[in-house]
Design a protein around this ligand. Sequence first.
Ligand SMILES: [Zn+2]
Length: 168
Amino acid sequence: MLTRRDLRRCQALVAGLPLPQPFSVPALVDAIAARRGRPIHVRTLPPGSGVSVCGAWIRLATADVVYVEEKTSRVHREHIVLHEIGHLLCDHSGAGGGAHPLARVLPDLSPELIERLLTRTGYTTEEEQEAELVASLIRTAAQARATWTTTGALREFETALGLRGTWE
Ligand SMILES: [Zn+2]
């Protein structure tokens, strides 16, 4: 179970993200990559791979790769990307144990990469919950900002607080 402390840490993490405007998942991925100084590649899982995961994050020496299931809706794909980005931002390492299912189906994997994959499987329940939480917090933050700027809610709020005069 996630604690209050975990929640606050995730909230702080998302609050510190360079949320692009207008928001889009690819733009956010680019912004995070630029800030980390490491490219993040989003790729689709090889078709017919039979891999029973819908997404995966693989850390390479000089870049990060997020794999996402191809045959699903755009919304679900974006959610998978945000979930994997959640693992990346929280720097989850997984509990280890067992070969990563992707190792079987990605033919261009170097032995070094496969070694990394082997050690990066089996996230704990807490890590999964945390990644999921970060994904939904990003969504919420992006939606809140979009609503405030497009509907004039910010303006109304400021007026209500007396920060704006009615003559404006
Ligand atoms: Zn996960």
